[in-house]
Write a protein that binds this ligand. Structure first.
Ligand code: FES
Length: 87
């Protein structure tokens, strides 16, 4: 597992291996718009302020993945222990 931190509130939430980031945020009252939930459409794109996403989408280019400043939380996860999201 890893943690996501919401920049505006400073609150952190643990993402267990069997949950998506979207599910964990929703359980905590934070709603991110989604559509495909498979990393195809780009609807859920969220800015990343700190940490390294584990990109699982097919939406961004390799170059965009490498810059690690945005990701698709419907399906992507984290390589770092913590991801700070611009929410
Ligand atoms: Fe489509 Fe996340 S909901 S890429």
């Amino acid at each position: 597992g890893f943690e996501v931190r919401i920049a505006s509130t400073g609150k952190s939430y643990v993402v267990a291996p069997d949950k998506t980031i979207i599910q964990v945020l929703k359980d905590n009252g934070i709603e991110i718009l989604t559509s495909c939930e498979q990393g195809v459409c780009g609807t859920c794109i969220t800015r990343v302020l700190e940490g390294e996403p584990d990109h699982r989408d097919m939406y961004f280019t390799d170059e965009e993945h490498a810059s690690n400043d945005q990701f698709t939380p419907c399906c992507s996860r984290a390589r770092s222990k913590t991801l700070v999201l611009d929410l």
